[in-house]
Ligand binder design. Structure first.
Ligand SMILES: [Zn+2]
Ligand SMILES: [Zn+2]
Length: 244
């Protein structure tokens, strides 16, 4: 099977490899389509996103490689647009819409920076209650299509990244289901993101959530959220059956 992965980060943001090295590795892996994107510019979290002045250069370079490698591999370029980034007018081939922060008292708190920062955030803002934290998170996610104008919904249950609470919980189910019920009418695919399979033993979203989305008629694309070229199609052999 020739795979497609649209969620790949290069060294234009927080990925390890150059765009060209990623394309060469995708050809090496006999992929059908490689999509490379960048984290949208966010003024309050500059280290991990693209530099504002680099956006046009990235798009130009990707368009150049698109032509150069025509007939060998399909190349696309996109943006992983954060909920709080605002909408730009750049000519992206696709947009992944993602929530990476909770906003409280005019401060943005990253959700997926590290286990320690997430624990601290939930202690400080929610008295250690991960279900209240999840409620706020999923309320944001339920608006991710309108806020980002995305063509793909990114890592739907990012809030579970560090396995810090039991998701076998009825309140938790109410919160994530509410978000899904609101998102389904937009007809935008959810990504099945394999980047956490090694630590969570499940992708984003979890298998339980995937089943719920399916039962509501939702669709999926498979992606790896690779930050290293070795991971372009990691775990795709296991999870590609979920999107058939
Ligand atoms: Zn993300
Ligand atoms: Zn990403």
């Amino acid at each position: 099977m020739r795979y497609t992965n649209l969620h790949t980060h290069s060294n234009y943001c927080d990925g390890d490899d150059s765009v060209l090295d990623i394309i060469k590795e995708a050809i090496n892996q006999n992929m059908d389509t490689i999509g490379i994107l960048y984290h949208s510019y966010i003024s309050f979290d500059e280290p991990y996103c693209i530099k504002k002045e680099k956006v046009d250069e990235f798009i130009c370079l990707m368009e150049k490689y698109k032509k150069e490698y025509q007939g060998i591999i399909n190349i696309k370029h996109g943006i992983e647009r954060d909920y709080f980034a605002g909408i730009d007018d750049k000519p992206h081939d696709y947009v992944i819409g993602s929530v990476h922060y909770i906003k409280k008292n005019d401060t943005y708190y990253p959700i997926d920076l590290s286990k320690e920062t997430t624990i601290k955030l939930v202690e400080e803002l929610y008295n250690g209650n991960y279900y209240d934290f999840s409620k706020d998170y999923y309320e944001l996610v339920s608006d991710v299509v309108t806020k980002t104008n995305c063509s793909i919904i990114g890592h739907f249950d990012l809030v579970t990244k560090y396995n810090l609470f039991d998701t076998d919980n009825d309140n938790y189910r109410i919160y994530y289901r509410k978000a899904i019920d609101k998102l389904i009418p937009y007809n935008i695919p959810f990504e099945i993101n394999t980047s956490v399979v090694d630590t969570k033993h499940e992708p984003y979203p979890s298998l339980e959530i995937i089943e719920y989305i399916k039962s509501k008629g939702g669709t999926f694309i498979l992606s790896s959220d690779a930050h290293k070229k070795e991971n372009l199609t990691k775990h795709f052999d296991t999870y590609s059956k979920l999107i058939d």
